[in-house]
Design a protein around this ligand. Sequence first.
Ligand code: S3P
Length: 429
Amino acid sequence: MLKLKGSIKISGDKSVSHRALILSAMSIGKTKISNLLESDDVMRTLAILRELGVKIIKSENCWYVFGNGTNGFMQPSKALDCGNSGTTARLLMGAVSSNPIECTFIGDESLSKRSMSRVTKHLEKIGAEVNITKKDYLPVLLIGKNSLLPATHRMEKASAQIKTALILAALNIHGRTKIIEKVQTRDHTERLMKYLKINFKLSKLKTGEKIIELNGPYEIFSKNIEIPSDPSSASFFIVGALITPCSKIVLKNVMLNPTRIAFLKILKKMGGKIEVEKTKSICGEEVGNITAQHCKLKGINIPSKMSALLIDEYPILSIAASQASGKTVMNGIDELRHKESDRIHSIATNLKKIGFNIRSSKSHLIIQGKNISLKRKIKIKTFNDHRIAMSFAILSIIYNNYLKIDNKKCISISYPDFENHLKKLLVKY
Ligand code: S3P
């Protein structure tokens, strides 16, 4: 039998790593970045920034970015390959759009099926020229201008990627850009901008909506950045400890940004034994230690209004739900159909294969918890989705490793050290 025991340091946060690279590339001067996540997705952003004329080197475990300013991107000599990374594609489209260069964005098979018009339609509105495949997909040819118009953008979708693309564009737009968010999404860009002393305004409208106001163009002065540990990566081990008998783990210095740790609230509501102790603040983000131990879980109803704050954690929450007594209902999760895979389908297919009762619709998922003892090996189809692979690798612990993950390689998209870290925590008893 295996249990999870001990303490590890989770790798750097993926969202903050992308933003640290891009904002330091848009700063003037040299930025030292420590604890950068060196995952496939983040390395795509790094390689594209180099292609756009930004010097980036690594020395003694830190990365150094030599920024060229907010209007310093140069004409690339080839297509910008975003691989599997939606964050790379969407954020960089925004960043380059207010520079007078022509960029072609391409991606792998999965990324080429994900919506890009959600960003480009805003950029077109302010004067960028866009040629987009079948009205929504990569390849995208983007012709940027240094005369883009300041405008008010009302975001229809709750997406931190769209919001950040518009913020990055606005950093080199002359005049006042306003971005209105109906539903709060992750706010790392705003926090990093504050840390970099970029002058922008954050307030609330009478309607309760959040408004971000920028008045560009900006000169950003470089400042060293440390990346806190990724709470989404931590969520796999936290659920692992909750569902595996005799387990207790401590994860140190995990980022505790409120827009990212809603999954802890959900797990606690399910009965999860979790303790959080805030320790310090790193570059505008609070961090702390998370302790999780084995306990009984119960199914709950997860309301739609929380979906933007749980967006990357539904796969691992589904694993927790499968081990809980009663049923868990996940509402308003249609955005999950537009991630690295159709995650509602990926979760349902694999849990059904194992023997769980699952019901799903366009925008919801119902998981009935059940005690199953596996007697044979079952092949898990990851659909090349890193979070599906890690979620079922965690479930496999309590099934004596009877779940065979069809493609573990895709884990390196967000967490290349996942298997090493899991090995460190796993002990026989
Ligand atoms: C991200 C935002 C989320 C999330 C993705 C990373 C970001 O996407 O799913 O993994 O870094 O801004 P959306 O904002 O499009 O929901």
